[in-house]
Design a protein around this ligand. Structure first.
Ligand SMILES: C[S@@+](CC[C@H](N)C(=O)[O-])C[C@H]1O[C@@H](n2cnc3c(N)ncnc32)[C@H](O)[C@@H]1O
Length: 229
């Protein structure tokens, strides 16, 4: 039987998460944030703003940064209805221990957006780079760590297997280590791209591991992918 689609999103949504969430998705420790970090597909997340305020060196990359802050905020408002409807429809598929309710999620996404917009207004030229995977405008080894949150694998129905391989190779070109979370798609099912990605990188001699993280929202999404050259 076809499962009814609960999230009816028109493309990849510009919803952003906070630093505490990124810390959990990627099991980040203080030492991870002492070196140059890239957040790719960063959108209106406040990770770069909050981590930079705490002394980290974070660069955020996203095609959205072609737009002024006002237009990014407007995109957020345009997708809000579909996201909230999806969360309510699919409520049974999530663990609510971190957030409690869909309304709290919206509140946290708005906090992230506000922190992002304030920093984007001040630091657009320094910290925020308009860029789209699978090609990034950074030198080889420009970063120690690259993070991809809620883009690869999650939007695996929109982004095909070849895109995942190309994008991850590009991230490994610009960073020594790459971490990706989550590894399930929007329906909450394990990404069909993951086994092929693991097999490809094993052939390429890249160390690939599935690492447990202290976070679960989509049920069963409790691991990140870590790739190291
Ligand atoms: C769901 S948001 C996640 C934002 C942030 N990483 C987080 O977890 O809070 C996905 C982001 O990926 C961006 N995106 C879409 N296609 C992309 C591409 N080809 N390369 C880089 N980012 C992309 C979108 O603009 C959007 O901001």
């Amino acid at each position: 039987m076809e499962m009814e689609q609960e999230f009816r999103l028109d493309g990849i949504v510009p919803w952003g998460r906070r630093l505490w969430e990124y810390r959990a998705f990627f099991a980040l420790e203080e030492a991870d944030l002492r070196h140059a970090v890239l957040d790719v597909g960063a959108g209106p997340s406040s990770f770069a703003a909050e981590a930079s305020a705490a002394g980290a060196r974070v660069t955020a990359a996203d095609p959205l940064y072609a737009l002024p802050g006002k237009a990014i905020a407007q995109r957020f408002e345009e997708t809000r209805g579909a996201m909230m409807e999806g969360l309510r429809q699919a409520r049974y598929r999530f663990r609510w221990s971190h957030y409690g309710s869909p309304d709290t999620i919206e509140k946290i996404r708005r906090e992230a957006l506000a922190l992002f917009l304030a920093d984007y207004g001040r630091e657009a030229a320094r910290r925020y780079v308009e860029a789209s995977l699978p090609r990034l405008p950074f030198a080889d080894n420009a970063f120690c760590l690259a993070l991809s949150s809620h883009l690869l694998f999650l939007y695996g129905d929109d982004l095909d297997f070849a895109f995942h391989i190309e994008a991850l190779r590009e991230l490994l070109r610009v960073a020594e280590e790459v971490r990706v979370f989550p590894l399930v798609n929007l329906d909450g099912r394990p990404s069909s791209h993951l086994p092929g990605v693991l097999a490809q990188f094993a052939r390429d001699g890249i160390r690939a591991e599935l690492v447990p993280v202290p976070y679960e929202f989509q049920k069963g999404a409790t691991k990140m992918l870590r790739l190291r050259r």
